[in-house]
Design a protein around this ligand. Sequence first.
Ligand code: C2E
Ligand code: MG
Ligand code: MG
Ligand code: MG
Length: 285
Amino acid sequence: VAKAQGRNNFQFFSAEMNRNALDRLNTENHLQSALQNNEFELHVQPVVDCVSGEVVSVEALLRWRQPDLGLIPPSQFIPIAEENGLIHDIGRWVLAEACRLHQYWVDAGMAPLPIAVNVSAVQFRRGDFADMVAAVLADSGMPAACLQLELTETVMLTASERNLAEIHRLKAMGIGLSLDDFGTGYSSLSYLNRLPLDKLKIDRSFVSDMIADPADMAITRAIVSLGGTLGLQVIAEGVEHEEELKALQEIGCAEAQGYLISRPLQAHEFSNWFREFQATPWSQG
Ligand code: C2E
Ligand code: MG
Ligand code: MG
Ligand code: MG
């Protein structure tokens, strides 16, 4: 019996599963020391006004430059950080780094752009999120109006009364609030009324298929219309093609973000990109 079990176990841990488990263990170990080893980088992706073509804000996107494993995208480590609680320290670092970037733009004489920071639902669970944000803003001196927080429907779904109070407090501080990946969640639309949101971000999955698939076009149109009715600014994510941008302009979508405009860039790359872009905006090109 033991032998049979042994063999079964061996089969169960197939080579690939074994590697995945090892990868994960490896990632988790490395992640513990990533902050103190300064391995995180904040990349930024511009968001433009669909009509004027002006850059209206940037989204901060976290990257992990692990010496052995290379540049790791957030999808591969944020879920682990959410599970082991590291997301709290990482989230604070992201916010502080966004503030530092803002100060760098001010010092360099660049027009400081509002900066959007992604927030995980787990960050709300401890109940000290708004305090943390207030403290980081106070330390850095960045005006609250320059910060936008991107929440997901998961935040809305799991929000306690206390969390809702925190969200209202963030809004009262003057911070902008966006709902990210809109349309992909499972929750009802009723929270749109309960939350002091400023923006809706249409999920990339709708935008990338809107030209080929009439259903995705209809959903995109409906979200833009809903945003208009509720007084929310709508941003289309994942705009990769000229046709998508044209269609978004036609249906009255306010803002766009995606590889067509720019990929996420390192901070210094972004400064160069922004200088060139201001000299020749795409609306004139
Ligand atoms: P998100 O907030 O919805 O960010 C947009 C994602 O779409 C980014 O992926 C961005 O690189 C990608 N993207 C932008 N334009 C295009 C496009 O035209 N085509 C395609 N194919 N992709 C595009 P990224 O950087 O890998 O981030 C993935 C997700 O990880 C983010 O989705 C966000 O939910 C999460 N994330 C990123 N940074 C942070 C962070 O600092 N904290 C937390 N909690 N989550 C983060
Ligand atoms: Mg986002
Ligand atoms: Mg999104
Ligand atoms: Mg997301």
